[in-house]
Design a protein around this ligand. Sequence first.
Ligand code: GLN
Length: 454
Amino acid sequence: AHLDRIAKVDEKVHAFLHVDAEGALGAARAVDAKRAKGERLGPLAGVPLALKDLFTTRGLPTTCGSKILEGWLPPYDATVTRRLREADVVILGKSNMDEFAMGSSTENSAYGPTRNPWDLERIPGGSGGGSAAALASYESPLAIGTDTGGSIRQPGAVTGTVGVKPTYGGVSRYGMVAFSSSLDQGGPCARTVLDAALLHEVIAGHDPLDSTSIDAPVPGVVEAARAGVRDGIKGLRVGVVKQFAGEGYQAGVMQRFEESVALLRELGAEVVEVDCPSFDYALPAYYLIAPSECSSNLARFDAMRYGLRAGDDGNHSAEEVTALTREAGFGPEVKRRIMLGTYALSSGYYDAYYGQAQKVRTLITRDFDAAFGRVDVMVSPTTPTTAFKIGERADDPMAMYLADLCTIPTNLAGNAGMSLPCGLAPEDGLPVGLQILAPAMADDRLYRVGAALE
Ligand code: GLN
């Protein structure tokens, strides 16, 4: 049924870069066969899923939305991919994304943009716009995204779906193509909080193949979601982040956000304002740290190891082949970041830019620590505006970067965040997202609050 749905709507939505109909049907039949034999089934047996094209899939294309990886067939599965297969999930295909996860609209995909199912003239968010659009268009009930600065939560917000960035280290990064290794985190996308929790438990947990993976039990997110529905959130302390309001925030977004805060109070939560002054510097710090790490990580695309190779005609040196391949294979946003990052890391500038940004990062972490000393969770709008029009911010990187104003501090500090739908903005009828933030390793709180609100 989901493959039929994809065949019907994906020409318009373009949520998928590759649909693996054969593989999906094979996986579904394998589940049937197991069931017929009375064998033990995985926890998500037979449930279809869209996998962001940033995760390696053995024998299935993995392009990261880039021309430089066109034609590359990974020889191995990412840990997330492997865990999905072990849970008997049916992987429908690979979802579209901004090239190497750099963007907030999926317009930076080298294979054309994904469209928002709510309004095909609008963006589905990014970088994981394909995953979010697949959910919103009913092409898939589950999806996987990655969140370096908001790429799970912001697409969730603008498509009216649920997206979770787990605590850094909660989900293995092995086989997840690196953009900014100290910020990147894979996580679940779904249409309901409980669905996200069920997927979260399947993909999370310690992995010896990822040196930053946390060796501790996974927070009980499914039980937390059930508890949220059953027991509510009476007595929970909720902080409203003072910094996430004011100029640039759409009136309808603020209206729905304030209604959510009122609902939290009605449910018995204690709501206070929390002041996080360093959050004002999160965006500039992120746009030094993320490009710096990207310039280093993307050095591996040297024309020798993967996919595309340009100028390999016997008339060019190896160095020239590398340069020509990177020139042809990377899009403008990726090049912009590589240049920014290389500059920020160069000797003489390192202390002024990268070093300074790392100090800001510490201050942001301290703001979180102080706030979480007073409250159990924090809330804000996920993104300042609803989905903007395709093309509207394409030539203005600064305007594009503002989409992640509220999501970025979490990545810098490494704690957990969720976006869930909280209604439609009255002025444009488009979905608004509520962001919930929890301390590191307290991902279960997100689910408790989210499920109570849903
Ligand atoms: N939009 C942000 C960026 O362009 C975040 C991307 C992400 O989370 N992968 O870097």
